[in-house]
Design a protein around this ligand. Structure first.
Ligand SMILES: O=C(O)CCC(=O)C(=O)O
Ligand SMILES: [Fe+2]
Length: 287
C-alpha cells in the first residue's frame, strides 16, 4: 500500500497582491518540486466557487441519466473543432466507452449545449476555469524562471480550451479500466471528481490514488510544458479506475494551445545552459 498523497497548494496568497510573499514562495516550491517529479498537485482557494463545482457535478449527473435519445440531441455539429468536438459523445470505438459532454468557449458557433438541464448554458464554467488557468500559467512561468508573462504572451489564444463532463460506467467483474494510463497533450488540465474517486497518478512506478476533496482542483502538467521546458517539468502519467456499483462523474478543463502555435524546447532550457534539446519542434495541431 502506497501512503503518499499528492500535495495540496493554497493559492490564496496569489489573490492578495504583495501581502503574503512567504505563502507565495512556499506554494511555488511545492509546485516546482511536484512538476519536476510526477507533475500532479491539487489547489485550494483557487478562485472557482465551490457552489459552481458542486452545481456542475449535479448537472452532469442529471444529464447523463437522461434517456440516450435525449442525450443524442446534443451531438456535435459537423465541422466542429477536433480532437474534442463540442457536445455529447459516446465513443463506440474506444475500449472504455465513457460518455462525455464537451463545452468550448462561449462565442464559438460549434458549441452544443444540452437543453436539459437548462442551467448547462448558464453556468460560467469556462470563464471561471480560464481565470484560474491564467493564474496557474503565471505561477508555472515563475517556477520555470521564464521572463515575466512569457507563457501568457506565447499562449495568447484561448479558443481551443475545452471543458469535458465525464461519466464512467461502473466496473464489471472483468473490467475496471476507466481511462488507460496516458499523458495529456495540452499545457495543463484541471480535474475535479465526485466522491467516488478513481483518478490515479504514476509516481516512481507506483499508482497513487487522488483522494477526492470537495473544494480542490487537481492540476496535471502535460506534454506542451514538458517539451517547452525540455523535460524540466514532466508530463503526468495518469489513469482512471472505474468504481464498483455506481457511475463516476468528473470534469476536466483542458488549458491548451492554439493549433497553429509552434512548440519546441525553449533556449532557457537548451542553448543558454548548454543542454541539447530533447524534442524536435512541431506545430501543435500536428502533434
Ligand atoms: O476523469 C478524470 O478524472 C480524468 C480524465 C482524464 O484524464 C482525461 O480526460 O484526460
Ligand atoms: Fe488525462
Amino acid at each position: 500500500m502506497v501512503s503518499f498523497s499528492i500535495p495540496t497548494v493554497d493559492l490564496s496568497p496569489f489573490f492578495n497582491e504583495g501581502v503574503d510573499q512567504d505563502g507565495k514562495k512556499k506554494a511555488m516550491e511545492i509546485i516546482a518540486k511536484a512538476c519536476s517529479d510526477y507533475a500532479f498537485f491539487q489547489v485550494v482557494n483557487h478562485g472557482v466557487p465551490l457552489s459552481l463545482m458542486t452545481r456542475a457535478l449535479e448537472l452532469s449527473k442529471t444529464f447523463f441519466e437522461l434517456p440516450i435519445e435525449e442525450k443524442l440531441q446534443s451531438s456535435p455539429c459537423s465541422g466542429g473543432p477536433r480532437p474534442l468536438p463540442a457536445g455529447y459523445n459516446r465513443p463506440e470505438h474506444s475500449a472504455e466507452k465513457n460518455e462525455y459532454l464537451v463545452i468550448i468557449p462561449p462565442g464559438s458557433s460549434f458549441n452544443v449545449y444540452s437543453t436539459n438541464p437548462p442551467d448547462f448554458r448558464e453556468i460560467q464554467f469556462i470563464a471561471h476555469f480560464t481565470k484560474t488557468g491564467l493564474l496557474v500559467e503565471s505561477i508555472l512561468n515563475e517556477c520555470l524562471g521564464l521572463p515575466p508573462n512569457f507563457l501568457k504572451e506565447y499562449n495568447d489564444d484561448r479558443s481551443g480550451d475545452a471543458m469535458a463532463a465525464l461519466c464512467y460506467s461502473p466496473a464489471t467483474d472483468t473490467e475496471n479500466n476507466g481511462i488507460s494510463d496516458h499523458e495529456d497533450a495540452n499545457c495543463f488540465t484541471f480535474v475535479f471528481q465526485d466522491e467516488t474517486g478513481g483518478l490515479e497518478v504514476l509516481k516512481d512506478g507506483d499508482w497513487i490514488p487522488v483522494t477526492p476533496t470537495e473544494d480542490a482542483i487537481v492540476v496535471n502538467i502535460n506534454d506542451v510544458i514538458q517539451v517547452l521546458s525540455n523535460n524540466k517539468f514532466k508530463s503526468a502519467t495518469h489513469k482512471v479506475v472505474k468504481p464498483t456499483g455506481r457511475n463516476r462523474h468528473s470534469y476536466a478543463f483542458f488549458y491548451t494551445l492554439a493549433g497553429y502555435k509552434w512548440v519546441e524546447p525553449l533556449p532557457q532550457f537548451t542553448k543558454e545552459i548548454g543542454e541539447p534539446p530533447k524534442y524536435r519542434g512541431f506545430v501543435y495541431k500536428e502533434y
